[in-house]
Design a protein around this ligand. Structure first.
Ligand code: EPU
Length: 302
């Protein structure tokens, strides 16, 4: 990977990733690179593709579990100023992929712009939130998106309309393309009403979720017409542990990492929960979190 030095971007080697994720677990990245701008990002991705080197983009680390073996290849972080810009123009807001989602939602509320308050308390970056269509009971990010700019792995940039992004429940059709920025179409409204809604959404989240613990939010997607949390709860799994990973007593769709937990503990508990729910209710739960493993172990061909 010496070719990376040709780029004038910050590169860190053998980086423990635990501190970069909300779970606080897992091994190291072989290499973390911080491109300075979009053209540098495009060049790095193109070169990595040509060298058949695995690469991944790490956003806020809010929905990712890093395996204890860490990850090989390149982890890209979009933290440089070109990737954290937010521009307001009337009721239109354009945010770069690395911008902080909670800060963005908060700023919009302060400016009496309505649309993103449904994301109250959801951590992450704009890029990560777009990629997985982050949201909750009160709405999802797709509801406010006008356009998304993406970078294809061949280095070409495209602007997609909301329909072209292929938003579905916690899913987009973006494949391996990288989100560069998103343009949100918001509505101006009564500042007090927007603020009150934002606070109310936050309060619901705080009351029902273990926000003080180390976790990656909901572990499983809700199956159609049902709730993963309800099913796991009904299966009697609240409080179940594997090593120091534990199914939260507050919300059964959260696995929390107690001191000493490993990613392997979490993965074993994920399997146990999935198997138990399948056995008891015949429902196959699908994980919402992304698990990052070394490419060889994961059978990845890139
Ligand atoms: N429930 C239980 N036991 C539990 C948890 C929930 O019986 O331990 C029941 C609740 O009583 C309710 C139903 O399950 O009847 C749904 O629960 P809740 O309202 O808490 O919402 P959820 O569907 O579990 C979704 C999102 C959350 C988001 C919340 C609130 C998913 C998988 N989860 O949770 O998103 O914060 O709504 O808006 O879509 C995340 O994506 O990481 C996440 C946490």
């Amino acid at each position: 990977m010496d070719w990376l030095n040709e780029f004038d971007s910050r590169i860190d080697r053998n980086v423990p990733l635990a501190a970069h994720t909300w779970f606080g677990l897992g091994g190291s990245a072989e290499c973390v690179v911080y491109p300075r701008d979009e053209s540098q990002l495009a060049a790095i991705v193109r070169r990595a593709e040509a060298e058949a080197l695995p690469w991944r983009v790490l956003g806020g680390g809010a929905n990712v579990l890093i395996s204890d073996a860490g990850v090989d290849g390149i982890v890209i972080r979009l933290n440089e100023p070109a990737f954290t810009k937010v521009d307001f123009d009337g009721t239109t807001v354009t945010a770069a992929a690395g911008a902080d989602l909670m800060k963005l939602a908060n700023t919009c509320v302060t400016r009496a712009l309505s649309g993103l308050e449904c994301l109250a308390g959801i951590p992450g970056t704009v890029g990560g939130a777009i990629r997985m269509n982050a949201g909750g009971r009160f709405g999802e990010i797709a509801d406010s998106v006008g356009q998304v700019r993406i970078l294809h792995t061949d280095g070409t940039v495209r602007t997609l309309t909301r329909d072209e992004v292929g938003f579905r429940y916690r899913h987009t059709g973006l494949g391996r393309a990288i989100v560069l920025s998103a343009r949100f179409t918001l509505e101006s409204g009564d500042p007090e009403e927007i603020k009150a809604r934002f606070k109310a959404y936050w309060a619901v989240k705080k009351a029902s979720q273990p926000l003080a613990d180390f976790s990656a939010g909901c572990i499983f997607k809700n199956p159609p017409g049902d709730s993963a949390g309800r099913l796991i709860d009904q299966a009697g799994l609240k409080g179940r542990t594997h090593g120091s990973a534990r199914v939260s007593d507050r919300h059964a769709n959260f696995i929390v990492a107690d001191p000493g937990a490993t990613a392997t503990d979490v993965l074993a508990l994920v399997d146990e929960v999935r198997d138990t729910v399948m056995r008891k209710f015949g429902v196959q739960l699908e994980t919402e979190i992304e698990v990052w493993r070394p490419s060889v172990e994961a059978g990845c061909t890139v």
